[in-house]
Structures are given as C-alpha cells and as structure tokens.
Ligand binder design. Structure first.
Ligand SMILES: Cc1ncc(COP(=O)(O)O)c(C=O)c1O
Length: 375
C-alpha cells in the first residue's frame, strides 16, 4: 500500500458505539449529538458560541452573509483574502456577490500584514485570514490592521482544530469576529464532512441558527424537547440547509478527546522532518510561529523541481500533494493574476509531505531519505 499524503485515523469501535446510540435512539439528524458536540467544542476551545454545520464551506458563506446583512455591505464591496488556500475561502466571498481582493503571503504562507494594508481601498469591508496548515501566522498583526481600518475579521480555521498560542485558541482572540472550523474527511478532527462556526457575538450566533436551518425560528430538536412536539414555527428568512447531523456529531464527539495527543504526534513528525531536511541546500521548509502549540495539518517543502519530486516519490510508493495552487491561476479568479507575486512563485514549488497518524517513525525516516536523495 502506498503511503498517503493525508489519512484520518478513527477510533473505530468508539465511533461505531456513538453512531449506534444515534441509530438506536432514532435520532440521526440535527440535534442530540450535534448539540453535545457544540457544548464540547465550546469547552475545548473557549469559544462562547458554536454551531455545528455540514462543512466549513457553508460556514464561511454564512460568515460573509451575516456580516453583510448586519453591516449593510453592498454587492461589489471587497474582502481581502489569500491566494494560497482551498477555493472555498474565496468562493464564500463570491456567493455573496462581493469581490475577493488578494493579498500576498508571508514566510508562513499566511496573509502578509503589510500587503493586506496595501490592498485596502474605500470598498474594503473585511479580511479572511486562513491559518495555513494550522499555523497562526501573523494573525495578531492582521487583527490590528482590521481594528485600525474598521474592518471585520473572518478566521478560516479549517486547519486549526487544536492550534493554541500560550494555551489559548486564536479563534477566541479579541478582534476575530468569527472563526470557522472544518472536520472534513482528512482534517485533524476528521468526521466525514462537517464543520463549526463560532461567532464572538450572540446576535450573529443566533441568526446563524436560523439561516443554517432554512430560516426556521426553532429547530426540530428544541421543539421535540418541549414535551409536546411544537409543530408551529415561523420562517424569518430564506435560509439554507447547512446544519450538521447527529451521525457526524457522534464521530466528532468521539474523536475530540484524542485531538491534543494526536496533534502532539503530528508535531513530533514535523520535528523529525525539519531535522531531516535542515541540511539539504535544495529544500526550504515552511516555518510555524508557536510551533510547540501548532496543530500541524500540512507539512510543505519548497523544492526546485516539484513535478519531478512528486513523480519520483510516487514511484517509490510515497504519495505527496500540493496545497495549494495559487488561486489566481483558476479562471474565476484570473482577474487578480499577478497581484501576489510571492504566492505565485512559491506555489509552483510547494510539495506536501505525508503527515498523519498512520506514519511510523520508520516511515518518516524512509520518506526523509528518499526526499533527500531526489530533491
Ligand atoms: C483552508 C480551507 N478552507 C476551507 C475548506 C473547506 O472545508 P470543508 O471541506 O469542511 O467545506 C478547506 C477544506 O479543505 C480548507 O482547507
């Protein structure tokens, strides 16, 4: 079996027992385990509010939508974002007819605060910051810039489940208006597909509950817990079907207690990689601030000939990847091509090494040896 680049490790028997509970209880939809998970996530992260969703993508959409509704933003208004991300980050802006303006990345492959400030115009309303590969980057400086210019800050925390800075989850920092997590199939806290949106304010959290559930003002679970099934509800908005379900919630709840120890093992692998590649003059690594508390989701190298290395490693049974292609190379974002030269250059040389809980120390040593032989 080839070594995969990303591969989740499930606590299978425990997950099956938790899913069995849903099946036996006859409650697989929204509520029950989703509510339990929201409480567990708030306790784990320190977020005041959490709403369990069917993905991070829909959470980013709701984040932009609700900020637009609450702040009177117009179609065509701008949100500054990164070209080094999965496209959901930028699609979320487009879903709301707003305009992604791309800022360049720093050495952590997160938004470069200086370029963010340069890209601000009178139409800028917000910044979406991606915690690339679990890194916090210079989020603190970007928050300062947002404060100075009166902009909102959306944290795409898809990779950041478990990342802390001095014991605190950066999504809870003052100045982050909303943080959106992903528990997609290969993320550090993997389910099948799900995510969570965590607002800093109660009103937006409340609106999220309605908009994520077709605009209905009370959810089925809350209604079913009233003793009599209160069938009557009102529809305040043309909402969406974005809620998470109890089966995914059961898996998330089961996996969550293992997240810290699993992230610690990821850090161990990262340290082995860093050590193994530090003397190779053809390879650069992507550093991480607060590396001892980073929930590394991705491990990237920068190499001269990425395609050649990908092919040679694949022939050896080591499947690597690329995270990410400069988004301004995609047709829909081609209008911004050339606006982020550093991101563009580095994205042609990035290669993602395997990083997951199935890797043994011997696997890591073998990967290091092969990469050093070929790079
Ligand atoms: C940076 C980033 N943002 C957003 C997403 C979308 O997450 P989801 O698959 O949960 O919708 C991903 C998923 O790969 C991601 O890597």
């Amino acid at each position: 079996m080839p070594i995969q680049v990303l591969k989740p490790k499930f606590h299978v028997e425990e997950c099956l027992n938790a899913v069995r509970e849903c099946l036996e209880q006859g409650w697989t939809g929204m509520g029950f385990k989703t509510v339990e998970f929201e409480e567990a996530w708030k306790k784990y992260t320190g977020h005041k509010y959490a709403y369990y969703l069917n993905s991070n993508t829909v959470g980013l959409h709701l984040a932009v939508k609700i900020l637009k509704m609450n702040n009177g933003w117009k179609d065509g208004d701008e949100i500054i974002s990164t070209p080094i991300t999965f496209v959901s980050t930028n699609h979320a802006i487009m879903y709301e007819n707003m305009h992604p303006v791309f800022a360049d990345v720093d050495e952590y492959l997160c938004l470069d605060p200086e370029d963010v400030e340069r890209k601000i115009t009178e139409k800028t309303r917000a910044v979406i910051f991606v915690g690339y590969g679990g890194r916090v980057g210079q989020l603190d400086k970007v928050i300062e810039i947002c404060r100075k210019h009166g902009l909102k800050l959306i944290l795409d925390a898809a990779h950041m489940s478990g990342t802390k800075v001095n014991g605190v989850c950066p999504g809870t920092w003052e100045g982050v208006d909303v943080a959106v997590y992903s528990y997609q199939a290969v993320k550090n806290l993997a389910t099948g597909d799900s995510g969570c949106i965590c607002w800093a304010d109660a009103a937006s959290a409340d609106l999220t509950r309605k908009l994520a559930w077709c605009g209905i003002d009370k959810d089925t679970y809350a209604r079913s817990n009233k003793g009599t099934y209160a069938w009557k509800y009102d529809i305040d908005y043309v909402g969406y079907k974005y809620n998470g379900n109890a089966i995914m919630g059961a898996i998330a709840l089961t996996q969550l207690p293992y997240l810290d120890e699993e992230n610690a093992r990821r850090r161990e692998i990262v340290r082995m990689y860093n050590e193994g590649f530090k003397n190779n003059p053809h390879i650069s690594i992507i550093p991480a601030p607060y590396a001892d508390e980073c929930a590394f989701h991705l491990y990237e190298l920068v190499v001269p000939d990425r395609e050649d290395l990908l092919n040679k490693l694949s022939a050896e049974g080591i499947n690597c990847g690329v995270h990410y292609r400069d988004n301004t190379e995609y047709s829909v974002y081609a209008y911004a091509h050339g606006t982020c030269p550093k991101a563009h250059e580095i994205s042609q040389h990035l290669i993602t090494m395997p990083l997951h809980l199935w890797l043994t120390d011997e696997d890591v040593a073998m990967i290091i040896e092969k990469v050093n032989a070929y790079a």
